[in-house]
Write a protein that binds this ligand. Structure first.
Ligand SMILES: O=P(O)(O)OC[C@@H](O)[C@@H](O)c1c[nH]c2ccccc12
Length: 138
């Protein structure tokens, strides 16, 4: 047992903190998912070397307002730079159905981070399949 990855939230870390944590992660063999919510955070994180995974949080951690178009807006602006660097993007928060997942996928994410819509359901396997528009056959 143990952790495979850590979440580094750009909103609460300085650039120096992020660089320092990235070095520690590398040393420990941990993958760092660096989370951004807005343009400024995205620009800060793109300027840091060695970033492999960026999570775009659709939820503001200040207001808790969720807006999935945040992923689209940030990828429209920074998608080229992200692809050039070979960074993978995770779409985070507010994803409840296959349409939501397809929307962030079309915007350019390679993975999704889902909480609420899965934890509220009794059968997690079925719930994950449902999120991708598939039915689980037991
Ligand atoms: O429950 P949701 O809307 O599916 O969101 C999951 C996840 O993105 C969210 O829990 C999260 C992502 N980054 C965070 C930082 C702090 C607290 C919570 C989060």
């Amino acid at each position: 047992m143990g952790a495979d990855a850590v979440l580094l939230i750009a909103a609460v870390l300085t650039d120096l903190d992020i660089k320092y944590f990235l070095r520690i992660c590398k040393e420990l063999g941990l993958t760092a998912l660096i989370e951004v919510h807005d343009e400024r955070e995205m620009e800060r994180v793109l300027a840091i070397n060695g970033v492999q995974l960026i999570g775009i949080n659709n939820r503001s951690l200040e207001t808790f307002i969720v807006d999935t178009s945040n992923t689209k807006t940030l990828l429209e602006k920074h998608g080229d730079a992200i692809r050039e660097k070979g960074i993978l993007v995770v779409g985070e928060s507010g994803l409840f159905n296959p349409d939501d997942v397809a929307y962030v996928q079309n915007a350019g994410v390679s993975a999704v981070l889902v909480g609420e819509s899965l934890v509220k359901q009794a059968d997690p396997g079925r719930a994950i399949a449902g999120l991708f528009g598939k039915e689980l056959v037991h």
